[in-house]
Design a protein around this ligand. Structure first.
Ligand SMILES: Nc1ncnc2c1ncn2[C@@H]1O[C@H](COP(=O)(O)OP(=O)(O)OP(=O)(O)O)[C@@H](O)[C@H]1O
Ligand SMILES: [Mg+2]
Length: 432
C-alpha cells in the first residue's frame, strides 16, 4: 500500500494499523475455529492484554475475517451501560433498515455510538427476528438463520473489564444457552484488560468466560517490530537506515502502541518522507516516546494500583529495577502472602515480569523486572514525591494491617473505577 507523503503510523487507540504485525497465528486460529463450528475450543475466545497491546485492533480483524466468510457480525463496546439492550437494538435496527449493509460491502455503521460490524446475513434472515423478543431468542433465531445459509453469528465484545456485572452475567447466560445447549453457530470473541482474571474470571458465576479460550496477547518480538518499522516507512514512501530501524524496533518493549509512537515521532522528527530517518532521529524519538508513554500508560497504570502493589514496586525500584524474589522478600515489611498476591496482580497486568524465565528458575531465584505497562522511572518519580511529604517507608509500615490487606477491586463500570474497600468488606461497593 502506498501513502504518498502521508505518515504511515497510527499512534492512537483502536485504529487499524497500515501494517498489521504479529497476529497471523491468532487470526488463523480464530478462522479455523469458525470453520470447525461450535465444538471447536476457539469458538468462544477471550483476548487479554495491557493498554495498547492491540486488543481492539485484533477484534476488528477477527470481525472482518468472519464477515468476509459471510458471517453476521455484531460488535459492541461493553464500557457503557445496557450492553444487552444495545445488542438487541442493533439486531432490530439491522433487520428493519434498508439493504445498504447487506450488499456484501465491508461497510461499518454506527448507531447511537455503537459500532456495528458489517451484516452479511441475508436480509430475510434478519427479518425472522421480531421486535420485543428477548436477546436470547433473537440470538437463537439469528444463529439458526445463519446456520441455514452455512454460516454463523459472531458476537464481539470489547472492554469487557468495564462491563456492569449484572449485564455481563445475563449476556454470558444467553450466549451459553444459545451456543452450548442449542449447538447453534454463535461464536464469541471478547477483549479485556488482564485485570479481568482477578474479577470476572475469578467469579464462579462467570464460568462461561473461564471456559472460553483465554489468550494473553503475545508481545511483538524485535524481528516483527523491525519488519513493522521498515514496511511502514516504505508504505509511506519514506526511507530509514538499518541502524535507525533496529534502534526503534529494540525500544518498543513488545507493545504495538509504543511501536506506533516510536515510528510516528521518528517520522516527524526526521521530516519524512522528504528526509530519511537516521539514528539521531530514532534516538530522539525514543526519548520523546518514553515521555508520552509516561503520561498515557505508565502513570495511569500506577495510579490504578493498591498501596501494597505500589510498595512492592517501590522495593523493586530501590533494587535498581531488577531483583530476585529472595532479595525482594528479605528487605520487605510485607508478608510473603502479600508479596505473592501483589506479584500475581502486577504480573498479570504486565507491570512486572520474570526476566530470567528462560532459565526456569526455582521460586526464590526468579528475577523480577519491570514489564511493558510500567517503567521504573514512574515508580521512582512517585517515591520521590511521596518522600517529599514525609511518607517514608517507616511511616507506611505503621499503617494498620487492615489498610494493607488486598483491595476488593470489584469493577464499577458506571463510576469507571474499582471498589476501593478491602477484600471481604460488608455492604455495597464504593469507588471513593
Ligand atoms: N498487530 C499490530 N500491528 C501494528 N500495529 C498495531 C497492532 N495492534 C495494534 N496496533 C496499533 O496500536 C494501537 C493500539 O491498539 P489497540 O487500540 O488495539 O490497543 P488496545 O489493547 O485495545 O488498547 P486499550 O486497552 O487502551 O483499549 C492502534 O491504534 C494500532 O494502530
Ligand atoms: Mg481497546
Amino acid at each position: 500500500m502506498q501513502f504518498g507523503t502521508r505518515n504511515p503510523f497510527t499512534p492512537t487507540f483502536g485504529f487499524a494499523p497500515h501494517v498489521l504485525i504479529g497476529r497471523d497465528g491468532l487470526l488463523s486460529a480464530s478462522g479455523l475455529a469458525l470453520e470447525e463450528g461450535p465444538g471447536s475450543s476457539g469458538f468462544s475466545a477471550l483476548y487479554m492484554g495491557p493498554r495498547g497491546s492491540g486488543k481492539t485492533v485484533l477484534l476488528n480483524e477477527i470481525e472482518d475475517h468472519a464477515a468476509r466468510r459471510g458471517w453476521t457480525v455484531i460488535s459492541v463496546d461493553a464500557a457503557s451501560t445496557g450492553v444487552g439492550e444495545r445488542i438487541s437494538e442493533m439486531i432490530e435496527w439491522a433487520a428493519s433498515g434498508d439493504d445498504r449493509s447487506s450488499d456484501g460491502s465491508e461497510q461499518i455503521t454506527t448507531v447511537k455510538g455503537v459500532r456495528i460490524g458489517p451484516f452479511h446475513a441475508r436480509r430475510e434472515s434478519l427479518r425472522r427476528v421480531q421486535p420485543r423478543w428477548s436477546l436470547r431468542r433473537q440470538l437463537t433465531e439469528l444463529a439458526s438463520a445463519a446456520a441455514d445459509s452455512g454460516a454463523g453469528v459472531l458476537l464481539s465484545i470489547d472492554e469487557m473489564h468495564r462491563c456492569e456485572s449484572d449485564a455481563l452475567l445475563r449476556l454470558a447466560n444467553d450466549i451459553q444457552h444459545v451456543a452450548k445447549r442449542g449447538q447453534m453457530p454463535l461464536a464469541f470473541a471478547g477483549a479485556s484488560l488482564p485485570e479481568i482474571k482477578h474479577t470476572y474470571l475469578a467469579d464462579d458465576r462467570f464460568s462461561f468466560f473461564r471456559r472460553c479460550e483465554c489468550v494473553d496477547l503475545p508481545l511483538i518480538d524485535a524481528a516483527d517490530a523491525f519488519r513493522f518499522v521498515t514496511e511502514s516507512v516504505t508504505a509511506g514512501a519514506g526511507e530509514c537506515t538499518l541502524e535507525a530501524a533496529r534502534l526503534l524496533a529494540d525500544a518498543c518493549d513488545g507493545l504495538p502502541y509504543q511501536m506506533q509512537l516510536l515510528g510516528d515521532h521518528a517520522w516527524r522528527i526526521a521530516g519524512a518522507p522528504d528526509s530519511g530517518i537516521d539514528s539521531d532521529a530514532a534516538l530522539e524519538s525514543i526519548r520523546v516516546t518514553a515521555s508520552v508513554m509516561q503520561d498515557r500508560v505508565y502513570r495511569p497504570t500506577f495510579d490504578s494500583l493498591t498501596p501494597i502493589e505500589r510498595r512492592y514496586l517501590a522495593a523493586l525500584a530501590e533494587h535498581g529495577g531488577t531483583a530476585t524474589r529472595r532479595d525482594l522478600g528479605t528487605g520487605s515489611r510485607l508478608s510473603a502472602a502479600q508479596m505473592a498476591t501483589a506479584e500475581q496482580w502486577l504480573m498479570d497486568n504486565a507491570c512486572i515480569e520474570v526476566v530470567n524465565a528462560h532459565e526456569h528458575p526455582a521460586g526464590p531465584e526468579a528475577e523480577i523486572g519491570f514489564g511493558c505497562a510500567l517503567a521504573a522511572s514512574t515508580v521512582a518519580e512517585r517515591i520521590e514525591i511521596e518522600s517529599g511529604y514525609g511518607r517514608t517507608e517507616a511511616t507506611v509500615t505503621h499503617e494498620s494491617a487492615r489498610a494493607l490487606s488486598p483491595r476488593c477491586n470489584h469493577p464499577m463500570p458506571r463510576a469507571r473505577a474499582r471498589c476501593i474497600l478491602r477484600l471481604g468488606h460488608r455492604g455495597g461497593h464504593r469507588s471513593r
